[in-house]
Design a protein around this ligand. Structure first.
Ligand SMILES: C[S@@+](CC[C@H](N)C(=O)[O-])C[C@H]1O[C@@H](n2cnc3c(N)ncnc32)[C@H](O)[C@@H]1O
Length: 218
């Protein structure tokens, strides 16, 4: 191919390539860099700031500034949402992700973001509640129950765990009973609910608006 005429932005064969190639110029001397990534390039799904960093160094950097909210999701059946929930928890920098119920969960959708996240498993709701109470966290259920209150006008506490239910059954009666409050996200169309991954993104961002940007609710 004529190199001068080659336009990588408009070349379909290059459009799937993300990240950066091998480090150019003098190699940086810092423990956080991964020699193999420097040599071969870094095609991982990481923010530009973390290009060429070792995974452990990225996790250590995230650990320095994780937020005070946790998220939890019930996992009693096969649910495709969990991977996407974990990816959003990584993006919004939740302290930890909690899987309640079955240990195995479908990682598709997580895009390997779970490797940078602390994921804890609780076999039963009771185990989860004991853990949350021992950490002094307010348990908030997220679902559309008759006694739910609107997320949009709820003053979310800083130290909390937001719990999401499954496609189909939604939050279990045990989590409903254990939660200080259950919050619903206002909808306007004909569908009864949105999926858990969408609800999780909205609820996590409500915490971010309140506690990172200081936006108060009326
Ligand atoms: C598809 S919903 C489950 C069905 C729902 N319990 C029902 O009555 O139809 C799966 C999960 O998504 C979340 N969810 C979906 N729509 C929601 C909404 N409008 N407000 C709050 N949570 C919602 C909840 O965590 C829920 O447990």
């Amino acid at each position: 191919m004529n190199q001068e005429l080659h336009d990588p932005v408009n070349d379909p064969s290059e459009q799937h390539v993300i990240g950066v190639g091998p480090w150019e110029g003098e190699l940086p001397f810092d423990e956080k860099y991964d020699p193999e990534l420097l040599e071969l390039g870094d095609r991982r799904n990481v923010a530009d700031k973390y290009r060429y960093w070792k995974m452990d160094a990225i996790i250590a950097d995230l650990d320095e500034r994780r937020h005070d909210f946790h998220i939890a999701i019930e996992n009693w059946q096969h649910d495709m949402n969990i991977g996407t929930v974990v990816r959003s928890a990584n993006a919004f920098l939740a302290k930890e992700v909690h899987i309640i119920g079955r240990r195995r969960w479908n990682r598709r959708g997580a895009m390997v973001t779970d490797r940078y996240q602390h994921v804890r498993h609780h076999p039963t709701v009771e185990d989860f509640v004991i853990w949350a109470e021992s950490e002094g966290l307010t348990i908030l259920g997220i679902d559309i129950f008759p006694d739910s209150v609107p997320l949009e006008t709820y003053d979310i506490p800083k130290n909390c765990v937001l719990v999401f239910g499954q496609e189909g059954p939604g939050l279990s009666p045990e989590v409903h009973a254990a939660a200080k409050d259950t919050l619903s996200i206002e909808q306007f169309g004909s569908t009864r609910s949105i999926n858990a991954a969408s609800a999780a993104g909205i609820a996590m961002h409500a915490w971010i608006r309140r506690h990172v940007f200081g936006q108060r609710v009326s």
